[in-house]
Write a protein that binds this ligand. Sequence first.
Ligand SMILES: *Cc1c(COP(=O)(O)O)cnc(C)c1O
Length: 465
Amino acid sequence: MKYISTRGNAEALTFEDVLLTGLASDGGLYVPESLPRFTLEEIESWRGLSYAKLAFNVMYPFVEGSIPEDEFRTMIEDTYAGFAHNAVAPLTQLDANEWVMELFHGPTLAFKDFALQLLGRLLDYVLTKRNQRAVILGATSGDTGSAAIEGCRRCKNVDIFILHPYQRVSDVQRKQMTTITGDNIHNIAVKGNFDDCQSMVKASFNDQSFLSGKTSLVAVNSINWARIMAQIVYYFSASLALGGPHRSISFSVPTGNFGDIFAGYLARNMGLPINQLVIATNRNDILHRFMSQNRYEVEALEHTLSPSMDIMVSSNFERLLFDLYGRDGQALQGVMDAFKQGSASIDDHRWKNARVLFDSYTVDDEQTCATIKQVFEETEELLDPHTAIGVKSARECRRDAQVPMVTLGTAHPVKFPEAVEKSGVGVAPELPHHMADLFDREERYTVLENDLAAVQAFVQENMNA
Ligand SMILES: *Cc1c(COP(=O)(O)O)cnc(C)c1O
């Protein structure tokens, strides 16, 4: 399988190379040159398989040619054996034909574990084979950092540097990152905000001359294709559990960077019958504004009770726009240029085309809390604020009550106690058993000034190249 850039002006790469890259050299994102397509009979034959076996069937075509079958099978088995629920991605029913898929049984209690646990193993395999080292450099406002560290901590050839804004992540989120210790793990608390961290990471990727030797930077945010790939699997898993593929399913996806929902879109293009995909956003609603008004425009960041969706731009949206433009990189470059100047809109027929499958909705903090409370009263299920936004959006946007609606449960409520408390349900979410001692574990992190040179010097001094 080859991967091409959405801007049409960079060389095509193999899976191995795409795994070790960030953005393409032309500024685009990598996507598969073509998608594998499965027949209904094929998908039907996977009913009853374990999550890991299903994952192998769905993902193998993407890595074929780079990773031998047996190796890949073992990596996947190991990855999902580390989840705290046998079903890996179990469904919980909220109402007639309404479900939440619990994607928070991984080691850091958010869906990002599905991809990052696998990414760590993939990196280890590829770097060992090539006898090469890599530096993971990432910025996090919470969930990505801990999932990346958990996923890559055992990689012998990788040094991990994760920047988080000093004193601006929740206690649980910080503890999840800083209590994982190892020679190759470096948590950096930057005296600035998340955007400052993000800009330093971007600048470092653009000019990697501060690194010595042939070490290169690896991206762990969702511009990394391997992350999207791993997220396709659970759409198949939910569908098969609910009577698919001979029955269509709808999904509502709490959305920030558009990585998770883009995986659902790909599942559909690979042959899985999906009726509707709901883009659920908080007040940072660039995607909802695009879907409802065909206006793609940055607005100021708002801090909400669902911080993992606090974004101004959804980087993976470019991957969808690429398809909407008939995979014409040149045309897409034009749209992205207009966007950079302040505002873009796309041809009316392309925009309408997007709306055939996608709906969107935006939920503010007050509605988020009201939904947590309502669902708790209806079912005694405690939702995290991101998942609550998904459920609310699903209920508002649903097209057909006969079609099962599945909201992706993206995080465990214990990660976001503030929203749960504000909702007034009167119970506090508890840490699952395997993390019960989190607050007793020792923390290790370094506080640095909001200064690119200081951060790069720290990386240079502490990497094991
Ligand atoms: C990362 C994250 C999201 C957003 O996912 P995207 O792939 O960026 O759209 C939603 N909810 C939680 C809890 C997250 O950690």
